[in-house]
Design a protein. Structure first.
Length: 354
């Protein structure tokens, strides 16, 4: 059997069509026929920004994957025929870090499209141990299809993990900086969990999408003190907490990171979810003075995926209107448009190799 794919061969070059033979499946390996694969800004980082893949080039990128298991090694044979979402980070489950609940730092984790060939293809080989099986009856009754569920694998589950890391509770103030993708799904999740959400972005049109879920929508400003003052005034007026804010930096921009740090207050928590290679200057002593915390989030543990899938299938978190499907043959045009900030919805590529 041949696996058809689009591969990265060198930085800043178009992806190219390539075929390879499917390997013999061993252990818990599973062969997933891809229904859809989302395009993430991490993929753009590999192609345009000099971020290195752990697997040598050429490499098939793509780590937001949903599809159906069509073959498997002996340890995953029970999954054959199942519709699944493939976690973007699959820990080994056996090392000391995994057993301590810290699978995000597992040295033997599997990251499709980085550690080995990923989802911009007809099929992908992944460990079966981390796959999230989708209830197909619930899927049929929902407003989404299997292909669109691919974005759960990073864009939706990563902010969920950041929310869990922050210990967010109903009634807490949750501030999301940058709501164009990951942050927008974070707004929806935090609102569903009962938080009082503040959405911040440079684009008023983006903010308008979250008028129902966010209690306060703010356009970003260079006046960092003024923004903090505005949020405190809103909190006082609405009876929201003035301490213990959960601040999520989801823009992946240095200005967003500076804003996040400027919003620190007593017992605040900053979750870094967005990524940039640029550096910023901050006064770390603020963490001490406010008894605050700063934590990064790398993906989401597979055991949390079912809860997120249930939120999406129930309609508590909406994908429709935020995701757009494209034929995979147009992958280079999609990459260029996304890199040029010409797309307002997260693209999902549908294999069309026939």
């Amino acid at each position: 059997m041949q696996i058809h794919s689009w591969q990265m061969t060198a930085p800043n070059q178009p992806l190219v069509r390539a075929d390879r033979a499917a390997p013999e499946l061993v252990g818990d390996q599973a062969l997933v026929e891809i229904a859809g694969c989302g395009v993430c800004h991490t993929d753009l980082g590999f192609v345009y920004d000099g971020v290195r893949t752990r697997h040598a080039l050429p490499l098939t990128l793509g780590h937001e994957i949903a599809g159906r298991v069509v073959a498997a090694g002996p340890d995953s044979a029970h999954l054959i025929g199942s519709a699944v979402v493939v976690p973007a980070v699959i820990p080994c489950g056996e090392c000391p870090a995994c057993k301590a609940g810290r699978g995000a730092i597992c040295a033997d984790q599997f990251f499709p499209g980085n550690d080995d060939h990923g989802g911009f293809a007809s099929h992908v080989v992944v460990p079966g141990r981390g796959l999230c099986v989708v209830d197909e009856a619930a899927l049929a009754d929902s407003a989404v299809d299997l292909a669109s569920l691919s974005v759960i694998a990073d864009a939706v589950t990563t902010p969920y993990q950041a929310i869990l890391n922050a210990g967010l509770k109903s009634g807490d103030v949750a501030i999301f900086i940058g709501v164009g993708g990951v942050g927008g799904f974070g707004v929806q999740i935090a609102s569903h969990l009962g938080a009082r959400v503040v959405a911040i972005d440079i684009d008023p049109e983006r903010l308008s999408r979250y008028a129902e879920q966010a209690k306060l929508c703010m356009e970003s400003s260079a006046d960092l003190r003024g923004m903090k003052k505005r949020i405190r005034e809103w909190a006082k007026e609405s009876g929201a907490p003035l301490t213990g804010w959960k601040i999520f930096e989801t823009s992946g921009h240095p200005d967003g990171q500076r804003l996040a740090f400027s919003l620190l207050g007593y017992d605040a928590h900053i979750g870094i979810v967005g990524y940039t290679r640029e550096k910023i200057e901050v006064r770390l002593s603020n963490l001490m003075a406010f008894d605050a915390t700063l934590r990064g989030t790398w993906g989401c543990l597979p055991e949390h995926y079912p809860a997120v899938v249930e939120m999406v299938l129930s309609g508590a978190v909406r994908l429709e209107g935020f995701v757009e499907e494209w034929p995979m043959s147009g992958i280079n045009g999609v990459f260029e448009a996304l890199h040029g900030h010409e797309m307002s919805r997260r693209p999902v590529l549908i294999p069309d190799f026939d």
